[in-house]
Every structure is written in structure tokens, then in C-alpha cells.
Design a protein around this ligand. Sequence first.
Ligand code: NAP
Length: 300
Amino acid sequence: MSAAGTNGPLFRRLALVGIGLIGSSVARIARERGDIAAEVVVTARTPKTLDRVRQLGFADRIEADPRAAVEGADAVMLCAPVGAFADIAATIAPHLAPGAIVTDVGSTKQSVIRDVAPLLPGGVHFVPAHPLAGTEYSGPDAGFTTLFENRWTLLTPLPDTPPEAVEAVSELWRRCGSMVECMDPAHHDRVLAIVSHLPHLIAFTICGTADDLSDESRQEVLKFAASGFRDFTRIAASDPVMWRDIFLNNREALLEMLARFTEDAQAMGRAVRWGDAAYIEDKVERGRKIRRSLIELKQA
Ligand code: NAP
């Protein structure tokens, strides 16, 4: 395991497998700071993306073949949709350098551990990670160097992950501007189900509901969107493959949170039906309090 000291680059060679919003933000930060990796190697699925990365110029080396990309790398970061992780891990595993650290940025953690950990050879250290930062944009053009600033990155190390590997990945994220915390993977998936996955499910659903309206109302939805619908459409503009994979790989926690939400939404509906003004006011006040707390925590 090489996590070179605090002064020089943390890693000799960082291989990024997948180079969309998240991967290209890490690559841009590594290029700008110079103390994350001496060399950044990039691979993706399609020649189109690799051509674009070449034009953007934030990679030291571009490899079409993920096996060549990870060879000799002391750090490998999986930055593809989580549904692709099992295939990627199977492809790169025999080519990983002894002592290499494998990490990822996937939005679900139990599925990533299930899909990746068993395929890694002994002596390769796995540090699952998830930066809680993003936008609705995707692809290598979407990344930017301040994406992770003052945002959390959650690490979900395995019981046998060496502390030095966890520290090296923590330091990588700190150098990206992030705050870092370790968490149990099941707990991560439950927390993310309520703070991210359910809100996305609601946004996709409400856009569908609005789109199903008759023609005349549908046009008015667009015209008068500023009244609240607009905020949902921003969330709903996210990448379909990425979100398909997140929903299918955090099924249990997402369904649990959806069931709780559905009960609460029905209770609100009942309050509306029966004119229970106090109930409605109380719930709106709770929402305002949560927003105020977020602003105080500088996470708004
Ligand atoms: P993105 O912008 O859509 O980019 C995905 C990248 O993965 C592309 O470069 C794509 O290559 C590549 N890819 C897809 N399938 C692949 C495969 N089989 N092998 C190698 N590369 C493959 O995605 P993103 O937003 O950066 O998200 C990447 C990961 O970060 C996801 O796991 C996501 O859950 C997680 N995440 C996302 C956010 C967010 O807000 N976006 C936040 C935190 C974590 P091609 O372009 O060639 O297809």
C-alpha cells in the first residue's frame, strides 16, 4: 500500500474507471493540486467519452481498456454507475497491483461491497466511499473542482480493511475539500434512502404525474412551473442509468422509506380532507425548521 507522506502526492498512480461528473471532478482537482496523484489514468466505456477527456486535457493518460488503466496503479477509483461494478471488478481484478487500494464513489454501499469485495485478490485493500455531492449533470464536461467543498464523504470500510488504506482514502477526500466520516454500510444505505434516493423517486414520479395530465394542463405545468414544480424538475433531470442502478441496488431501504413516506403523505391528505388546520400547520412548521437547521449547518 503506498500512501506517500503528507507533502508529496498521496498516490503514484490513480486510475479512474468511469469519468463523468464525479470522476472528472476528482481528476480536475488532482490536476489542479498536484498532491493527490503523480499520474492520473482514465478509462471509460465509450470512445466518445475518451475523446472528450482527451480534448478536456485533465488526464495524464487515457486507456480504452480498463485492465491497462489499472495496471501498476496504487489507487483505483470506480466512478461508473453502481450496476456496472460487478463486471468492472471482474475485468480489472487480475490486473490489480499487489497492495493497491480500490475505492469507489457509488451511491449505494451494501451492493457495492457485495459486488466488488469477493472479486478482489488478497493483498488488495477495498475502501468503499461515497461523496455526498453532485448536480443533475453528467459526463466528463460536468465536473468541476469545487464540487466536494464542504460536503461530506462517507467511507464504509470492511472489518478487515487496513486503517492505513482508510486513512489514505480519507486524505484523498480531504484534499478534494471534503469532510470525511466512517459509517456502517447498512446504516449508510438507510440514511441515503431518506436524504437522497426517496427525494429522487418522488421527483421522477411527480414529473411523470404532471406529464400524464391532459394536454391543456400539461402546458400550464410548464408555463407556471416556478410555483414549486421547477425544483422537482431539476432533481428529475439526473442520469437515468445512474438512478435505475441506485434504486435497484438499494431496494430494501428505499422501499422501507417509501412505505413510511406514503403513510405520512396519506395522513397529510386526511388532514386536508377533514380540514385539520393544526396538523397541516405543524407539518409545514417542521419542514421550515429542517430547512433552517440545514442553513445553520452550511449544507443548504
Ligand atoms: P456519469 O456522469 O453518468 O458518468 C458515468 C461514467 O461511468 C461515464 O464515464 C461512463 O462512461 C462510465 N461507465 C459507465 N459504464 C461503465 C462501464 N461498464 N465501465 C467503465 N465505465 C463505465 O456518472 P456520475 O454522476 O459521475 O456518477 C458516477 C458514480 O458516482 C455513480 O455510481 C453514482 O451513483 C455516484 N455518485 C453520483 C453522484 C451524482 O450526483 N451524480 C453523487 C455521488 C455519487 P461512458 O461515458 O463512456 O458511458
